[in-house]
Write a protein that binds this ligand. Sequence first.
Ligand code: ADP
Ligand code: ASP
Ligand code: MG
Length: 455
Amino acid sequence: MSLVVAKFGGTSVADYVAMGRCADIVLANSATRLVVVSASSGVTNLLVELAQPGVTESQRLAVLKKIAAIQYAIVDRLPRSDDVAATIDTLLTRVDVLSQQLLQQTDKALIDELLSLGERCSSVLFAAVLREKGAIARAFDVRQVLRTDSNFGKAEPQIADIRHLSQAQLQPLLKQQLLVTQGFIGADAQGQTTTLGRGGSDYSAALLAEALDADAVEIWTDVAGIYTTDPRLAPNARPIPEISFNEAAEMATFGAKVLHPATILPAVRQQIQVFVGSSKEPEKGGTWIRHQVENPPVYRAVALRRDQTLLNLHSLQMLHAQGFLAETFATLARHKISVDLITTSEVNVSLTLDKTGSESSGQGLLTEALLQELSQHCRVRVEDKLALIAIIGNRIASTPGICQQVFGVLAPHNVRLICQGASPHNLCVLVHEAEAAAVVAALHQALFECTSEAA
Ligand code: ADP
Ligand code: ASP
Ligand code: MG
């Protein structure tokens, strides 16, 4: 029996009408047996607001009201005979209780439980919408199978456990009914709720597809596939019909929000095809991500990652010496920081910190403790308000003429850092945040709107 896992993002399950469109997509393909949903649009952001330190009681109540309004607007459209209202009441009461507890104490486990409630509400509601359309469907608590470590806020999935648990507990149920489960959340070995980091529902869908040996994962969102750049930044961006795992992984890593950066990993491990399409306009088709594609172009896409931090480290110890970088990286690793771009000179190292897939609660990476530890062996200067722009493609490091073309476009801008050569798939530059949108538009125009090399 073939199996497709379909994931619907926040805007796709924003309200009753949007959920209805998604239910039609699910029911149009009998192979779609498992549905993974995000929280309705805006709900996770509201839950994150509740988790911030210093929230006042009146702010808390206002946010609770907004969340309840989004969820009850859907409940109110469902037939009364389907008693989901009581379940939503219980889940919203939990939001109330947890957010009250968080006024007294910051606790990462409590925050993750709070953040999980958006997905838990939308899975209950989506299953009810499917039932209204005549399907045999119910919500399934993903925490029974999506085992993670206990790193709250950015938990690490335990692949072998997820496989074992999914095959034992999820697989048999899928034969009898459609299951709607939650993206973004999991549970550790003690049963405590965890989250995978913002945007993590794509990753959840890919992990479950891997565990169940599914044939395909469908990521239904608000754009008709992966585009040559974010269509919000360049009106002439166009969808890419087919793209390789490598290219898609680079795009996701370098900021193409349409896919969570880790989504491709499980798909690569099991060679599962991934489709990205629009739940509003499914007839437009979308992008297929496959192991190999024919004639991959030199330029595939331009990606943008905002809000980047550059760490400049200066130390005379580096001069003709060994071990400085090892020490620096060991410190960063101890603080669970993943380094992104890096350039070095004789006595300086500049590096950017990878914030993608950062903590669900939006907590910053640069802590006082890290800066203090680094300061013990070098002088540290931090620059922010930067943006990373990546030109993604193939054979980038071995095709003559690329730098001339790219640097020609960059001529009017101040480029803070350049990384090229490590990967055949990207050329990255760091620019000031204020110039980022203009640089992306100019690069897209030069590389995709007036050359024959375009995707
Ligand atoms: P969802 O809630 O469905 O997970 P997201 O907001 O996370 O949706 O991702 C979809 C958004 O990703 C689009 O609205 C678009 O603005 C953005 N995006 C960024 N880069 C790209 C790209 N290269 N192609 C398509 N969309 C992109
Ligand atoms: N609801 C979560 C978020 O907003 C996960 C997701 O949508 O993928 O980050
Ligand atoms: Mg997303």
